[in-house]
Design a protein around this ligand. Structure first.
Ligand SMILES: *[C@@H]1O[C@H](CO)[C@@H](O)[C@H](O)[C@H]1NC(C)=O
Ligand SMILES: *[C@@H]1O[C@H](CO)[C@@H](O)[C@H](O)[C@H]1NC(C)=O
Length: 423
């Protein structure tokens, strides 16, 4: 306990020193004058003029922010040339600058020097000679044209801008936001389990697992920019099923990170993985809770060696002590019969589904999603897809304006994604 005040003192001392450093800024200015080799270049920038600032002699606080650095409007800067604001000569001395003006580019109300850059969503624009911008031409994950086309096209769902996706390229979205490998033929040929409907049995038109099992169906975790949906969807379905089947005696949120870090055989962590491998690991090795082994967004070396019921290692999180290991019974494959999937969900809890995610899915904001043809007329790099896996928690149906019934699956609370269509 006694160490605390000492550390505090140390911090104060450090802070004091850096304040001193700032006051001695002039020294730095003299020693390393070359902010830019030939002085500050920002064609047409208004700095001294903007603030009506011209200082006599040497005035170390006669400065203005300049493109992430500082420039001066005092006469002293005239000696080194290099740290005067661009309009210093013109505005303060009334003489032309001692170097030829260079051309910049304008964007909005700002003027950028040659090689200056700004970001236009996912593309970087660079100022070239002759005031010309040159921008990368990558398809972006959030694409305003696609949003408009979807919203005007009456596809039954609403598109919009997810701020977490803004600035990412479509390629990055496919690479970092999904993360399930297509199952090998040995998995897709695995025997199906058939749930038999009783003769005359009628399933409800809508069902939501969290209504049947309140508090036993967990909120989804956010996988961020980790292409690890294989671990997230498996841990999510297993968490719900452990809770439901134990009748609420255990309600763990199982750790996707435990899978990402420790299930490494033929798996690639945040670069994708296989569902059969994840279920195998959950059955044979088991995982601890997310509280014990929280998500860090990448693979890490924290082995959780397996004891009988508890891990042999302590929780990576220093706040958690319970390192119980949870294991599950073998996973099984359901057939593609809609009713059998529904009955399974209703009797045993959420199920896992593979889905092919296309470029438009990243814009989903509400309604019943189905892949739209809005990118069909565009170059191929705008039409991308990748395999994802999700937890399905229920189903429903809605009547379309033309009287047809549209059935859908739900994974209502997966962040950014809502209902998924059923066709
Ligand atoms: C500042 O520099 C300009 C150009 O080099 C020169 O013409 C002017 O006389 C200088 N002014 C002072 C006050 O040193
Ligand atoms: C999308 O959202 C981001 C972040 O909230 C925002 O900066 C951007 O301007 C938005 N883009 C459009 C086209 O609305």
């Amino acid at each position: 306990m006694w160490r605390c005040p000492l550390e505090l003192l140390l911090l104060l001392l450090l802070a004091g020193e850096s304040a001193l450093g700032a006051r001695r800024g002039r020294g730095r200015r003299e020693l390393a004058p070359g902010l830019h080799l030939r002085g500050i270049r920002d064609a047409g920038g208004r700095y001294c003029q903007e603030q009506d600032l011209c200082c006599r002699g040497r005035a170390d606080d006669c400065t203005l922010p300049y493109l992430g650095a500082t420039c001066y409007c005092d006469l002293f800067c005239n000696r080194t040339v290099s740290d005067c604001c661009p309009d210093f000569w013109d505005f303060c001395l009334g003489v032309p600058p001692p170097f030829p003006p260079i051309q910049g580019c304008t964007h909005g109300t700002r003027i950028y020097p040659v090689l200056g850059t700004y970001w236009d969503n996912c593309n970087r624009c660079t100022c070239q000679e002759q005031g010309r911008w040159e921008c990368d031409q990558e398809p972006c994950l959030v694409d305003q044209d696609m949003i408009n086309a979807i919203n005007q096209g009456n596809y039954g769902w609403l598109a919009g801008n997810h701020s977490a996706f803004w600035g990412m390229t479509l390629d990055e979205g496919i690479r970092y936001r999904l993360g399930t490998f297509r199952p090998s033929s040995s998995v897709s040929n695995m025997n199906e389990i058939h749930t038999v409907l009783r003769p005359g049995e009628v399933l409800p038109t809508a069902f939501e697992a969290s209504e049947k099992w309140p508090n036993l169906v967990h909120e989804p975790l956010d996988q961020g920019n980790c292409a690890g949906s294989w671990a997230f969807s498996t841990a999510a379905v297993a968490s719900d099923r452990v809770s439901i089947h134990s009748l609420g005696h255990m309600t763990p949120v199982l750790s996707p990170q435990n899978l990402l870090s420790c299930d490494t055989h033929n798996q690639r962590g945040c670069r994708g993985g296989r569902l059969d491998g994840a279920w195998w690991f959950l059955r044979r090795r088991g995982v601890v809770s997310d509280h014990c082994y929280p998500f860090v967004g990448r693979e890490q070396d924290e082995a959780m060696g397996r004891g009988k019921r508890q891990a042999t290692a302590r929780c990576p999180s220093s706040h958690a002590h319970a390192n119980d290991i949870y294991q599950v019974t073998p996973a099984y494959r359901l057939g593609s019969s809609e009713e059998e999937i529904m009955k399974e969900l209703m009797e045993n809890g959420p199920v896992q589904a593979l889905m092919e995610v296309h470029e438009d899915f990243f814009l989903y904001q509400g309604g019943v999603y189905s892949h739209t043809p809005v990118s069909l007329g565009r170059p191929e790099q705008y039409r991308r897809h990748g395999t994802h896996s999700v937890k399905i928690t229920g189903w429903g149906e809605e009547t379309l304006p033309d009287g047809r019934t549209l059935k859908y699956w739900t994974n209502c609370r997966e962040e950014g994604y809502g209902a998924c269509d059923n066709s």
